[in-house]
Write a protein that binds this ligand. Sequence first.
Ligand SMILES: Nc1nc2c(ncn2[C@@H]2O[C@H](COP(=O)(O)OP(=O)(O)O)[C@@H](O)[C@H]2O)c(=O)[nH]1
Ligand SMILES: [Mg+2]
Length: 254
Amino acid sequence: MDAFTDQELLKEIQSGNRQALAKAITTIENSTVGIEVDNVEPTAQVLGITGAPGVGKSTTVDAIIKFLRKKNLSIAVLAVDPSSPISGGALLGDRIRLADHFTDPKVFIRSIATRGHLGGLSASIKQVLKLIQLANFDFIIIETVGVGQSEVEIMRVADTVCVVLAPGMGDGIQAAKAGLLEIGDIYLVNKSDRDGASDTKQDIEKSIALSMLKTNKGVAWTPPVLLGSMQLGVGVVEFMTEVENHRRVRNLGK
Ligand SMILES: Nc1nc2c(ncn2[C@@H]2O[C@H](COP(=O)(O)OP(=O)(O)O)[C@@H](O)[C@H]2O)c(=O)[nH]1
Ligand SMILES: [Mg+2]
């Protein structure tokens, strides 16, 4: 595929060549120049999934893929690790969990570390997203590996941001400190099969109400706080209903 010019590569991506897409992403990941992509009409809703390590983000991604595949929709997943120059253990774990989908041609899963890009992390993520939009997926998911300023920044490229939390893994104050209460469109308290999930939900609801008072925004959309157990498949439909509601309210994608 090395013989392809950038333009040919883009054509291949558009016609559904996943290998070409993977190659183009690698080029962006490793180079300081990138690939010139313009005039991409975004069709897919971009869902960002963030939250502390271990809350169940990858499990949520897996549940979403299963949900969407039942509707015969195609999905691209981008796992972004801004901290690590080489794909670390966390991403490897994700890969194993998502291995069920590897033979499914309608599911494209890719991790990205973005080491060298000149324009910085969010610039290269934007480029990668453009390429994925070009490939005409129905749905795009971006999962970040941890929580920090770079994750908050990555989430700016998403249309709909979901913050995943879990009982006993940080309260509203911690979430506020991490900047998560300003960026979430949907809050998911995962692991509802564990003790304390309702308390976490109430705590987050209170903290969101406070942060919305301060920022005085969100009149058109009040972020819902949902309970669910993505591992057990509990609350997946309700979660996806809110993702769809947000798309409609914000008039995103198709
Ligand atoms: N009890 C329980 N455990 C869960 C649930 N969802 C995920 N987990 C577990 O939490 C751990 C971390 O999940 P993972 O999806 O890798 O979290 P991530 O680091 O946020 O991507 C794994 O051991 C999962 O099996 C759930 O709904 N209930
Ligand atoms: Mg993960």
